[in-house]
Design a protein around this ligand. Structure first.
Ligand code: TMP
Length: 207
């Protein structure tokens, strides 16, 4: 077992999770904790290179199977190079997305691949977060916010509203599948109120 704590943020595109992850990191640092704020896909030099392959380009650039392999390769590098060393030091690791994103984006939206996602996770990753904050958000609003950013990283957003609706349902089911580590947070509220609720949940978990 490692000494640190592993927290993840999950949610559909444009749900506000990246902002909330950053705010949580700032608050925990202000309280004197060592925090490593990281993200997926990415979070290590090698995984950031793989990120570009995944989030840019046309929606049909990769088959679903190839996509799962690329996400898993990126995650394995992230785990080896960034997450596990930080947890060994006793840091709080906050990752903006982790394996649950693959369970939902690649597994839940393409039912036949669910088992492949779970098998690959067990073989190559085998680590779950201590706490997962799922930001729940109206898909129509979230999608308009995500696309408005025009980040050039909208391969998944370009899959449209139906896809985002499926994702939201997937995240709700995920919280039921892993009730001990998952907390649903209503992201349709003022960001300050959302940040306060998240801080309260995390303080209880870190005690
Ligand atoms: P981001 O916008 O949160 O940085 O994530 C990039 C995109 O990659 C986002 O649309 C979700 C998608 N994604 C997956 O499809 N599967 C995964 O395992 C991860 C980590 C992200």
């Amino acid at each position: 077992m490692t000494k640190g704590s592993f927290l993840t943020f999950e949610g559909i595109d444009g749900s506000g999770k990246s902002t909330q992850a950053r705010r949580l990191a700032e608050r925990l640092r202000a309280g004197g904790r060592e925090v490593v704020l990281t993200r997926e896909p990415g979070g290590s030099p090698g995984a950031e290179e793989i990120r570009r392959l995944l989030v840019e380009g046309s929606a049909d650039r990769w088959s679903p199977e190839t996509e799962i392999l690329l996400f898993t390769a990126a995650r394995r590098d992230h785990l080896e190079k960034t997450i596990l060393p930080a947890l060994e030091r006793g840091a709080v690791v906050i990752s903006d997305r982790f394996a649950d994103s693959t369970r939902i984006y690649q597994g839940a939206t393409r039912g036949e691949l669910r088992t492949v996602v779970d098998q690959l996770h067990a073989l190559m990753i085998g680590r779950e977060p201590d706490l997962t904050l799922i930001l729940d958000m109206d898909p129509a609003l979230a999608l308009s916010r995500g696309l408005a950013r025009e980040s050039g990283e909208d391969r998944f957003e370009s899959m449209g509203q139906d896809f985002q609706d499926q994702l939201r349902t997937g995240f709700i089911q995920l919280a039921r599948r892993f009730p001990l580590r998952c907390r649903m947070i209503d992201g349709n509220r003022d960001p300050d109120i959302v940040a306060d609720e998240i801080m309260a949940v995390v303080e209880r978990a870190l005690r």
